[in-house]
Design a binder for this molecule. Structure first.
Ligand SMILES: [Zn+2]
Length: 102
């Protein structure tokens, strides 16, 4: 996984060499949480061998905020709104991804 733009955090980068089914990203303001979240998310949908490439169609859709298989959740979302969004997690993705067969 490529960590372009994520400065420092060598321990996090080493840990993420092994993929997990879920991540909790926690840390002080300015520690790279949002950057890491974007890298992880783009890596899941990227079709390139160097993930995330930032150039393939999937990466471009994600980076533009228009990827149909990704829910963009604001940090100030209300509990009721989040519960509504969680109803969508049971839908199958529109695209086929490598991790679905692993
Ligand atoms: Zn890509």
């Amino acid at each position: 996984m490529r960590f372009d733009g994520l400065i420092g955090n060598s321990g996090v980068k080493k840990t993420l060499e092994t993929p997990f089914h879920a991540y909790i990203i926690h840390g002080p303001k300015g520690s790279g949480k949002h950057t890491l979240e974007r890298i992880l998310t783009a890596s899941l949908v990227c079709k390139s061998s160097e993930k995330p490439c930032g150039k393939c169609e999937q990466c471009k859709k994600f980076l533009s905020g228009n990827h149909v298989d990704i829910s963009y959740i604001p940090t100030d979302i209300k509990v009721r709104e989040l519960r509504e969004k969680l109803k969508d997690v049971f839908y199958l993705p529109n695209e086929e991804y490598a991790f679905e067969n692993s």
